[in-house]
Design a protein around this ligand. Structure first.
Ligand code: FES
Ligand code: FES
Length: 163
């Protein structure tokens, strides 16, 4: 069957089976390999993408179910090719990644949190990333990264407001 998906603002058509997960469609049909396959049954969060801005496990969705939703993957977060989003940059700066396997999902989850809650407490951040497993256990630096991104986004908003 053909599915038409809106991913990172662009329309993609893919030929899939009815049982094809969104994760497999993204990775194998569309070459968007930033969503990682971990447990593939909804536990680890490595496959997290955003559906209408909310984190969702792409291993638990069929590609056909994604029709009509705005899908965001890590490939769509940077403002321009070769650049990093504020959240991505903060993860680099605080060493919020080790092997990097959980990182796209963590960044998308953080991006979604900061879109809803620009001034999260540490508890808010811990709660937000609680569905994402980091096998390298780098949670401390990940939390620091989200805090840094929140401060930077607040600063840039303040600068814009002052204009
Ligand atoms: S791969 Fe989807 S939750 Fe683990
Ligand atoms: S950085 Fe290795 S799994 Fe999180």
């Amino acid at each position: 069957m053909k599915v038409e998906l809106t991913i990172n603002g662009a329309t993609h058509v893919a030929d899939v089976e009815a049982r094809t997960t969104l994760l497999d469609c993204l990775r194998d049909k569309l070459g968007l390999t930033g969503a990682h396959a971990g447990c593939e049954h909804g536990v680890c969060g490595a496959c997290t993408i955003l559906v209408d801005g909310e984190p969702a496990r792409s291993c638990l969705m069929f590609a056909a179910q994604a029709d009509g939703y705005e899908i965001t993957t890590i490939e769509g977060l940077a403002p321009a090719p070769g650049e990093l989003s504020v959240v991505q940059d903060a993860f680099c700066e605080t060493h919020g990644m080790q092997c990097g396997y959980c990182t796209p999902a963590m960044i998308l989850t953080a991006h979604s949190l900061l879109s809803r809650n620009p001034s999260p407490t540490r508890e808010d951040i811990v709660e937000a990333i609680s569905g994402n497993v980091c096998r390298c256990t780098g949670y401390g630096q990940i939390i620091e990264a989200v805090e840094l991104a929140a401060r930077r986004l607040a600063g840039s908003n303040a600068a814009e407001d002052a204009r």
